[in-house]
Design a protein around this ligand. Structure first.
Ligand SMILES: NC(=O)c1ccc[n+]([C@@H]2O[C@H](COP(=O)([O-])OP(=O)(O)OC[C@H]3O[C@@H](n4cnc5c(N)ncnc54)[C@H](OP(=O)(O)O)[C@@H]3O)[C@@H](O)[C@H]2O)c1
Length: 261
């Protein structure tokens, strides 16, 4: 089966201001290009300023609206300041894709994981999203509401023998996503999560380098028979950020080619 990624934009996110973390490469970079093509004014965040600037230049050359802001997810002040920059630029926030994340430094089992690795997983893959969501929701309230999408992982759903700290933080993120959806529904803020399966990005390249053959092993578990392209994950986030999903909140949506089924 072929994958059609050359889909004509339909203005799914027309006029919306959308903040994207982890936008310097992989799923976040694909989301930046897709959301801008669908009419969003995007603000791209990551540590890699040069990569962000290249994507901003590309989006502007195509007639889109994009800006970059430097962000370190390990640092709460940096997260709040990045969302402050969104307010300076646009005075509002309609959508946030909290997508930045890291693999573990060391792969499993549980008793092989260092305290440093656990702490880093907590800070970057969990606490950062809490901090970001809180700042995002405050800005969204000023505009009467919005939509937040958090990138979790198929690795949050069951035991995760190779990535135990990563799996634990992603499962905690699912809980936070569901709770925030309930807390903020009266403010007209929808909060959803996506659980991508194996996706062809640098994160998977890192895993393959540490564990040769893992890509083949993961692919063998995917009913659709191939890894996702980053754009295919971004498409699900675009829908959840759009008004076309206006009655969906508190959902954790698998985007995994059937691997979790
Ligand atoms: N690829 C997969 O198979 C897969 C599967 C399930 C879930 N996911 C999840 O999908 C999300 C995106 O992953 P990806 O595959 O696109 O990975 P990737 O290609 O490695 O990109 C990760 C992004 O996160 C940013 N980032 C990492 N640490 C950061 C920090 N401390 N501060 C700010 N930004 C930081 C990186 O930017 P800088 O390095 O420039 O800061 C980069 O833009 C992650 O949450 C990941 O857990 C991926």
């Amino acid at each position: 089966m072929t994958t059609n990624t050359d889909i004509t934009p339909i203005g799914l996110l027309n006029g919306k201001v959308v903040f994207i973390t982890g936008a310097s490469r992989g799923i976040g970079a694909a989301a930046a290009r897709l959301f801008a093509g669908e009419g969003a004014k995007v603000v791209l965040a990551a540590r890699g300023t040069d990569a962000l600037d290249r994507i901003v230049t590309e989006i502007r050359a195509d007639g889109g609206v994009a800006d970059a802001v430097t962000l370190d997810l390990a640092d709460g002040a940096s997260i709040r300041s990045a969302i402050g920059r969104v307010e300076e630029l646009h005075g509002r926030l309609d959508g946030a894709f909290n997508n930045g994340g890291i693999p573990q430094q060391q792969f499993g089992p549980v008793d092989a994981i260092s305290d440093e690795d656990i702490d880093e997983q907590f800070a970057v893959n969990f606490r950062s999203h809490w901090t970001a969501m809180t700042a995002e929701a405050a800005l969204m309230r000023q505009g009467g509401g919005g939509a937040i999408v958090n990138t979790s992982s198929i690795g949050s759903r069951r035991a995760n023998p190779a990535l135990p700290a990563y799996g634990a933080m992603k499962r905690a993120l699912n809980s936070l996503t569901e709770t925030a959806a309930v807390n903020w529904a009266p403010a007209n803020i929808r909060v959803n999560g996506i659980t991508p399966g194996g996706t062809s990005t640098e994160m998977i390249d890192t895993w393959e380098a540490a564990t040769p053959g893992i890509v083949e092993q993961i692919t063998a578990t995917i009913p659709l028979g191939r890894m996702a392209e980053p754009r295919q994950i971004a498409e699900a986030a675009a829908w959840l950020l759009s008004d076309r999903s206006s009655y969906v909140t508190g959902a954790i949506l698998p985007v995994d080619g059937g691997a979790g089924a």
